[in-house]
Design a binder for this molecule. Structure first.
Ligand code: ARG
Length: 461
């Protein structure tokens, strides 16, 4: 049998393989709510401008609400022969209300319909994701407050560089996440124009009111060009790009959690809730959640790449290629949302070994820069010379097999006579971090100020 929705000119139905490759109902059924909202807005508008009678409109709206209830109640049977969510819903509507259902598709096409549905879906996702990011930020800010004084090693090249405060390190991620939320919010602004009423590609001769449907669906305005409206997938590309950048941040943080929770570092302990054991090694506590978040970016940026490749050679307007947008996007947005939730759980639940962090912070002559700074400040030595002298102090410590704090006054004087006992205080990790009060620096007092700023931005208090 040929398809009732478009099969007038066909004498046979599709091959089974054709049906399989063509159908999107397996994944686009999750757009049912958006599809029905779009149809309700469309039918309401058609009646308002006199294209539909009030009676047909009432029958359509009543029927659509019943279809919605069936889908939500799990009693709806999706049919692959009906290809996609749009035709599954319309077909069920026809079963319920008869011929009036056939009037719903006046002045629209599945091309503007799918663009509308998908935009509405992505817009909801963005709202959820932005809220999830804020929740993660708040968890990090609260940790940062309690770890404002905790000293840990700061790294460059993963080599000990200078001590930092753990709170400062956590707030670095809060900043990244703030930009991530900003990118998603920007994408939402550009997304928020309604394609509905662009019809197949050229607009429609019916006297429709696109402002009305746009408003009913919470869009700022209708799209200004019908060809662009049905061809555009920028909104999901942009969302996936923003998601990829954020997932990259989550992945970097996960990598740090994996390193910090290793026996060799021992800076943190992840809770039982976010770790797993080994079936052979009884001692193990594996950071699986962190590892999976680290990996999820593969799907997310994979979806971005996949979709860019799908779109890059398509002539205007709609091509069926564009149906490939949804499966990867749904998977990526699900993975991203789950990653944010898992990261929030891990951050809230981990425990910190402040002593181990502090001990590690002093390793690797990490306060050497503080000696050079002291020579500049107290002995008026140019920084380059101070750097050289300090390099010799490090060499002396290395030769003696101790840290900078293990050098006696005599050891120091042997390198340069201008050094004195005040150096012993200068080389402590606490002194090092406390000194870095420049705006944006790691000093505990800065961390407290920045954490408070974020907290009030995030909670509105
Ligand atoms: N299932 C299609 C999609 O997801 C809907 C649009 C189909 N339009 C068409 N002209 N075949 O893109």
């Amino acid at each position: 049998m040929s398809n009732r929705m478009w099969g007038g000119r066909f004498s046979s139905g599709p091959d089974a393989i054709m049906e399989e490759i063509n159908a999107s109902i397996g994944f686009d059924q999750r757009l049912y709510r958006q599809d029905i909202s779009g149809s309700i807005a469309h039918a309401t508008m058609l009646a308002e401008v006199g294209i539909l009678t009030q009676a047909d409109r009432d029958a359509i709206l009543g029927g659509l609400n019943e279809v919605l209830a069936e889908i939500e109640g799990g009693t709806f049977t999706f049919s692959r022969a009906l290809e996609d969510i749009h035709m599954n819903v319309e077909s069920r509507l026809r079963e319920k209300i008869g011929d009036a259902a056939g009037r719903l598709h006046t002045a629209r096409s599945r091309n503007d319909q799918v663009a509308t549905d998908f935009k509405l879906y992505v817009r909801d996702c963005i709202d959820t994701l932005v809220a999830q990011i804020a929740t993660l930020q708040l968890a990090l800010v609260e940790r940062a407050e309690s770890e404002a004084q905790t000293v840990m090693p700061g790294f460059t090249h993963l080599q000990s560089a200078q001590p930092v405060t753990f709170g400062h390190h956590l707030l670095a991620y809060v900043e990244m996440l703030g930009r991530d939320a900003g990118r998603l919010t920007d994408a939402r602004k550009r997304l928020n124009e309604s394609p509905l009423g662009s019809a197949a590609l050229a607009g429609t001769p019916y006297p429709i009111d696109r402002d009305m449907t746009a408003k009913a669906l919470g869009f700022e305005r209708p799209t200004a060009n019908s060809l662009d409206a049905v061809s555009d997938r920028d909104f999901i590309l942009e969302t996936l790009a923003a998601a990829s950048i954020c997932a990259m941040h989550l992945s970097r943080f996960s990598e740090e959690l994996v390193i910090w929770s290793s026996a060799q570092f021992g800076f943190i302990k992840l809770s039982d809730k976010f770790t797993t054991g080994s079936s052979i090694m009884p001692q193990k506590r594996n950071p699986d959640a962190a590892e999976l978040i680290r990996a999820k970016i593969g799907r997310i940026m994979g979806a971005l790449n996949s979709l860019l490749v799908v779109m890059k050679g398509l002539p205007l307007a709609y091509s069926k290629d564009m149906q490939e947008d949804k499966e990867v996007a749904f998977d990526a947005l699900d993975a991203f949302s789950l990653s944010l939730a898992a990261m929030t759980g891990m951050v809230s639940d981990l425990s910190v070994d402040r002593e181990r962090m502090r001990a590690a912070a002093g390793a690797g002559f990490s306060t050497a820069t503080d000696i050079a700074d002291w020579l500049v400040r107290e002995a008026d030595i140019p920084f380059r010379d101070a750097h050289h002298i300090t390099g010799r102090i490090v060499a002396a410590a290395e030769a003696k097999g101790c840290g900078l704090e293990g050098l006696t006054i005599e050891d120091l004087k042997a390198v340069d006579d201008r050094l004195d006992s005040r150096i012993h205080k200068v080389v402590t990790v606490e002194h090092s971090v406390a000194a870095r009060t420049s705006y944006g620096g790691t000093a505990p007092e800065n961390v407290i100020v920045q954490a408070a700023r974020w907290k009030s931005a995030l909670t509105g208090k």
